[in-house]
Design a protein around this ligand. Sequence first.
Ligand code: WQD
Length: 342
Amino acid sequence: MSTKILVTGGTGFIGSHTVVELYNAGYTPVIIDDLSNSSVKILDQIEKIIGMKPEFHQFDLCDQNKVNDFVAANPDIKGIIHFAAFKAVGESVQKPLEYYRNNFFSLINLLAAYKGKPINFVFSSSCTVYGQPDVLPVTEAAPVKKAESPYGNTKQIAEEILAETAAVSKNYNIVALRYFNPVGAHESALIGELPIGVPQNLVPFITQTAIGKRDKITVFGNDYDTADGSCVRDYIHVVDLANAHVAAIKRMEEGKSKANYEVYNIGTGKGTTVLEVIHAFEDSTGEKLNYMIGPRRAGDIEKVYGDATKSTKELGWTAELNIEDMMKSAWEWEKYIKNNPF
Ligand code: WQD
């Protein structure tokens, strides 16, 4: 039997892609998800891709007893990739308590259930911990800045919880991956991003505008100090991001960790403006987008893109897919869900 890896939040956007790449790499993924922000139908979609339906447990990781019972009943789980968390920046400002409760209770319950037990643990962190970096591209050595939202704060404090736990308990082997902007979908167009309601993020808004669900997209500001005035981000294909998690598990499994808490940037190292993303979408799909320039969005930082040198050197991982792959795959997925609503 191949090594069992627990994927919390495994029916979500990044989680489902990581389940597929874990399986492709010879691992046996096991999913826990409370389905608060994803559809159980994703399990059938994963099965269509890999030929087997992953083991699935539906419960809330904020329930310590359920977490303890699961861990006791599954002693053969060797690693955890922890995605399960609330992640909408704007919503977190409106509902701070729900964000702190959900994101911290789930993390602490998981860690506490493995007290004294050897476990490899990959944490889904975010480039939001950097705020507006002073130097670009931003490296892992850059200072963590005061979070702009409760969501960003949960990521910063979660990293502190992990670092401080690892410092005193050597049974935990931990890697935190700081993502930049995950976009795109699996080449099969069977899994992808499923935003609930009006999308907050750029790429699902682009594809929903192109398919006619939205009548236009607004570019939030073109008066920034960038090539064309619109904000710069480091967009990364979700499949590249999924493979970074497999690389992190492998590093720990093969005993290559230099410390039992390590942090890596998972980005392409390339900055792309909002208008460049829009033009890349139009050029790669042939779809004309109805967009207008509007006012800046509160809380947006001007530009951020990552230096992934450390990830390449130590994880043996580099992003392989480009912005055209991201746009084409996102568009194929949008067309798929139009004909196959979840
Ligand atoms: C990207 C750019 C917008 C929508 C998000 C998460 C963050 C992290 C990274 C996980 C910005 C502009 C957007 C629109 C626009 N993810 N935009 N019109 O804000 O960089 O961060 O991904 O950890 O937590 O919040 O992503 O896609 O919302 O915005 O002009 O309709 O697109 O202003 O410059 P963001 P985003």
